[in-house]
Write a protein that binds this ligand. Structure first.
Ligand SMILES: Cc1cc2nc3c(=O)[nH]c(=O)nc-3n(C[C@H](O)[C@H](O)[C@H](O)COP(=O)(O)OP(=O)(O)OC[C@H]3O[C@@H](n4cnc5c(N)ncnc54)[C@H](O)[C@@H]3O)c2cc1C
Length: 393
């Protein structure tokens, strides 16, 4: 069967579903193609943190990254607002909590980094403040005494990925978008201004625009269009405790250690922060489609840091750990825009993809519907990586 659609979105995670929603709101006909079920990969497995403070690596390399920071912070500021409005926008309860987030510093070196971070955030307009240990403990007495300083970002928090993504998908469908699940995109062929999107059932869709929202599998989809896309699959770990009494009221991160921690609506404490799991092999080859293996020593390390920062956590039982595969760009920044080599082919991915997911969808919609966006996103454009595609088709 040959179908037509103004836009084909490849992938049913947050980026794909948010893009389908915003496009459908603009009366574009949209077909979202998902090879499994909606929200089964990174978007449904993540920590749900809404983190806007600059990370360690960006601060360390701030001199080389000034252009990027200049463009990243406005994305963070507008994402703060989008998350504050998303329950109204989608008319649903999505467990969005923005009570603020701390980033802890324990050593003198970490304090220096925290101060540098604050300076940069202030320069580009992100609302954060530095707090002494006593100031922190006044509003968060559950945090350990053994740290020197923390920064606080009042709009940080979390949301429930199990509610957010299906709701974007539901509203997109109500606006007329088609969602094809258990359907893989297997080829992308460009004919002049049009694209033919091949599906595994031998059906095809003819479209003006294709959006690659396939997360950690973006490279695979890129090859269908004859392009290298520098998004790399990274297997991560999440842990959750049993339900406990209200204990943690903020998002907790650390400037020098891998941790993100919060207590969710149901009372469980979610512990993550970038610890790895391990890709498995099939027939002697790394298999990115198999669920990665959990390594107990990383679970212990992750939970140990959590219990160090919030001592009460050591009294709670760990309920479950699970892996998830996210897509990370070569420079760990977002990748968003149209490929200069392929008119009508767009991508969004990388970065803190849950935090920025709704905004990615909005920006892609602006680019597709209006041919431009008010955001300055040159630092994240696929044209940065055009050199990789010099010898490609
Ligand atoms: C454990 C973990 C914790 C994280 N914590 C956070 C956090 O706290 N905050 C934050 O901001 N970010 C976090 N992230 C990152 C965030 O989850 C991702 O950046 C974001 O969810 C990516 O969304 P996506 O829609 O691009 O990708 P995904 O949700 O992975 O969706 C991509 C979809 O594309 C589909 N697909 C792939 N190939 C094809 C094809 N050929 N045809 C059809 N469909 C295809 C896949 O099946 C998949 O469903 C975390 C990630 C992980 C794994």
């Amino acid at each position: 069967m040959k179908m037509t659609s103004d836009v084909v979105v490849i992938g049913g995670g947050l980026v794909g579903c948010a893009t389908a929603y915003y496009l459908s709101k603009e009366n574009k006909s949209v077909t979202l193609v998902e090879r499994g079920q909606i929200n089964r990969q990174a978007s449904g497995q993540n920590a749900g943190s809404l983190h806007f403070q600059l990370e360690h690596r960006l601060i360390l390399h701030w001199q080389e990254l000034e252009n990027e920071l200049k463009e990243l912070i406005p994305l963070s500021k507008d994402s703060e607002k989008m998350w504050a409005n998303v329950e109204d926008e989608l008319d649903a309860k999505l467990d969005v909590v923005q009570h603020g987030g701390f980033m802890i510093a324990e050593t003198d070196e970490e304090v220096e980094l925290l101060k540098k971070k604050y300076e940069l955030e202030k320069k580009y307009g992100l609302d954060t403040e530095l707090m002494t240990r006593d100031e922190v403990r006044e509003i968060a007495p559950y945090i350990t005494q053994s740290f020197k300083m923390a920064s606080f970002c009042p709009m940080e928090g979390h949301a429930n990925p199990r509610h957010v993504i299906p709701q974007f998908a539901k509203r997109a469908t109500e606006n007329g978008a088609s969602i094809l699940t258990e359907t893989s995109v297997t080829s992308l062929t460009q004919y002049g201004d049009l694209w033919e999107v091949g599906l595994n059932h031998e059906d095809t869709i003819i479209t003006d625009n294709v959006v690659i929202a396939s997360g950690a599998w973006a490279q695979e989809v890129g090859y269908m269009a004859g392009l290298h896309i520098p998004i790399f699959p990274v297997p991560l770990l999440m842990n959750i405790t049993e339900r406990v009494k209200p204990t943690i009221h903020h998002l907790i991160q650390h400037i020098g250690r891998r941790i993100s921690m919060k207590q969710v609506e149901d009372g469980n404490i979610l512990i993550g922060g970038g610890w790895p799991t391990q890709f498995q092999q099939t027939n002697g080859k790394v298999d990115f489609d198999r669920s990665p293996k959990i390594l107990n020593h990383f679970v212990k390390e992750n939970v140990k840091i959590a219990a160090h920062l919030v001592p009460e956590v050591q009294n709670f039982r760990l309920l479950r750990s699970w892996p998830g595969v996210t897509g990370v760009t070569a420079d760990q920044l977002p990748l968003i825009g149209e490929f200069p080599e392929r008119k009508g082919l767009f991508i969004a991915g990388g970065g803190s993809g849950f935090t920025y997911g709704p905004l990615y969808g909005k920006i892609l919609t602006d680019l597709i519907v209006h041919g431009k966006t008010d955001y300055s996103i040159d630092a994240f454009s696929p044209k940065k990586f055009s050199h990789l595609n010099m010898f490609m088709l």
